[in-house]
Design a protein around this ligand. Structure first.
Ligand SMILES: Nc1ncnc2c1ncn2[C@@H]1O[C@H](COP(=O)(O)OP(=O)(O)OP(=O)(O)O)[C@@H](O)[C@H]1O
Ligand SMILES: [Mg+2]
Length: 419
């Protein structure tokens, strides 16, 4: 079927930052879905973690919806801005109810006589006698709205309060309180979502908060998709949804998976650029479009990383571009952590002519890259290896650097000439 018959636009199929799920594009992740489903059947509160763009939000929305849970989402980023989680709960209640019916909205508009400048502090302290405190009011609201259905209160963006002991203590209080009979009667489960996975260990290491760790069940880390899942995503998007033809399917999928490191958000970004070019190409996806897609994707999604890597490259004139070879070799690393010897092995294999019988100072090249203002790699927590300071650098290196055949030189794809 030709693309015009499908009538779908690439931007409605590949949606890198869409918070709402597109059911047709959702790729099953059975292990994570099972783990979350099992967690929902226990009486523990849950923690989902994984790096940004790994699919946490899509995962919980999909599983909760399928299992007929009502979802209510509070944003810990707002809590951080307002100075308390309770303040965010008040805001949520405000957004659910008509302003004139709540005491909180009046205070928010700036009740000068209260004499307290911050709306957030007022949220916490100024509910009147006979009125419920915001947390209980929110639970009550959730329970009423759900009318008998199981419900979950999601606290998303944990990373925004991660280094704030006051807010982490407030979160601990919330988790303790919700199991108290006064709050437990509303039967709301808490699902904490965010980038760091060490919330339980934080509470475990904070003596008076240890009991909290026992109330939280951690879902395995949401990370990369599998090769099979990437393949499904590409197939569903291009063939089923857009009705495009893909030549050299396996080769193209391999390139997409490799370059985007199989991170869902990056896959969507990359496929969107490819779909735009495919559309101009009459609905045909061919591998000779990939170099251009790499450039467009670098420019639209990774331009800041591109500039940083570029600033670390040897000048063109340098005879042996050891640093460039090191950067190229880093892009080939598959593991999270890597040692000097791992990089040296890759580099010797990739650049045999310029390394044979020579001692290479890879250790120096890596410490250079780790000691810049914007370091692309950093020492691992134990200090005996390195890891990328952000996973996007690996993708950037993969999309950006090309080995020039036979001369052991590395070149960058130029993005400056894209209009
Ligand atoms: N299972 C999936 N199938 C297909 N696409 C997915 C899937 N999960 C995520 N995506 C794609 O990745 C994008 C990012 O996913 P999501 O918003 O769930 O990530 P996140 O981990 O919540 O990120 P953040 O930490 O930044 O909030 C989605 O908008 C969607 O395009
Ligand atoms: Mg999210």
């Amino acid at each position: 079927m030709s693309p015009s018959h499908k009538g779908k636009k690439p931007e409605n199929v590949f949606t890198p930052r869409a918070p709402d799920i597109n059911d047709k594009m959702y790729v099953q992740r059975p292990e994570l879905e099972q783990a979350l489903k099992r967690g929902l059947r226990t009486n523990l509160h849950l923690l989902i973690h994984g790096e940004s763009g790994s699919g946490k939000t899509w995962l919980y929305k999909k599983v909760l919806k399928e299992n007929k849970f009502e979802i209510f989402i509070a944003n810990l980023a707002t809590a951080s801005r307002l100075g308390s989680i309770t303040a965010e709960f008040s805001d949520l209640i405000n957004s659910y109810e008509e302003p004139q019916k709540t005491g909180y909205s009046e205070i928010k508009k700036g009740d000068v006589s209260a004499g307290v400048a911050s709306a957030s502090v007022q949220h916490q302290s100024n509910y009147k006698i006979g009125e419920m405190e915001p947390f209980e009011a929110l639970l009550k609201h959730i329970s009423q709205k759900s009318s008998g259905k199981p419900s979950v209160l999601v606290l998303d963006n944990l990373e925004t309060i991660h280094s704030d002991p006051k807010l982490l203590k407030e979160l601990a209080d919330i988790i303790t309180l919700i199991d108290d009979s006064r709050y437990a009667k509303y039967e709301v489960k808490i699902l904490i979502v965010g980038v760091p996975g060490d919330l339980r260990s934080y509470y475990n290491n904070t003596p008076h908060l240890t009991t909290i760790a026992n109330r939280i069940r951690e879902i395995p880390e949401v990370s990369r998709m599998t090769s099979e899942q990437c393949k499904n995503l590409v197939k569903t998007g291009f063939i089923n949804e857009l009705g495009y033809e893909i030549e050299d399917f396996d080769e193209i999928v391999n390139h997409i998976s490799w370059t985007t490191d199989k991170l869902p958000q990056r896959l969507h970004e990359y496929c969107l650029e490819l779909a735009f070019l495919g559309q101009e190409n009459g609905g045909k996806i061919t591998k000779n479009l990939l170099d251009d897609v790499d450039r467009y994707w670098l420019q639209t999604s990774l331009s800041a990383s591109y500039a940083i890597v570029e600033s670390m490259m040897n000048e063109r004139e340098t005879k042996v571009q050891r640093r460039n070879q090191t950067l190229y070799s880093l892009g080939l690393v598959e593991t999270e952590e890597f040692r000097v010897t791992d990089i040296e092995e890759i580099l010797r294999k990739e650049f045999p002519e310029s390394t044979v019988d020579l001692t290479l100072n890879i250790s120096k090249a890596l410490s250079y890259l780790a000691s810049q203002n914007n370091p692309i790699i950093k020492r691992s927590p134990k200090g005996d290896a390195y890891c990328f300071s952000d996973p996007k650098y690996r993708m950037c290196l993969r999309a950006m650097l090309r080995k020039r055949d036979n001369v052991d030189k590395v070149e960058k794809i130029s993005i400056s000439d894209i209009s």
